[in-house]
Design a binder for this molecule. Sequence first.
Ligand code: AMP
Length: 214
Amino acid sequence: MNIILLGPPGAGKGTQARLLVEDRGMTQLSTGDMLREAKDSGTEMGKRVAEVMARGELVTDEIVIGLIRERLLDTSHTGGFIFDGFPRTLAQADALGALLDNMNQTLDCVIEMQVDDEALVARITARSTCGDCGEVYNDQTKPWPADGKCGNCGSTNQTRRADDNEESLKTRLLAYYKQTSPLIGYYYAKGDLKTVNGLGSVEAVAGEIKDALG
Ligand code: AMP
């Protein structure tokens, strides 16, 4: 099964993708994570995308489609893919359709995670992640453990994303509404779209996604 988690920044796509990986043995493909890795490794491409990401704008279709193509060609992945943060433009959606067609694979479901804008701002400005295992924390609802160690892997490497600030978030939200939200209609028309309420607890949202996937 191949699925897309679609939603604005802070909707909880990464958190839910991690649960699906644990529960169903699927493979998470997060273009945001891939780009951050490229940035940290200091490659030429990483340097080019760093400023774009810090501003909260979208990286070019060519770059992200190339990253996804590379991962899809890696045949060691089994259990299906969860596309997290990809596609974000209509051109990316078309490219993904063509890539899956070429592999004789299908897209089985697109889950739109709906969250209101004020909740997104509150979530993102309170967000931190474990730099080693990627576990997501929230200063209010799931604070980083008082002993300073990640509850999942024991690392002390608490990190906050450079683009998780109010200024970049405005640009990221605008990019979502201008460039990504048309995908809701695109996948609705294809008959692939299911919508869940992303505002509930992590467990409640996971339950809705489970129902949607059947
Ligand atoms: P994310 O971790 O999904 O919130 O992505 C962080 C940043 O990476 C975004 O604000 C964009 O600058 C860039 N990015 C991630 N995925 C894509 C994509 N599919 N297309 C273009 N830019 C992306």
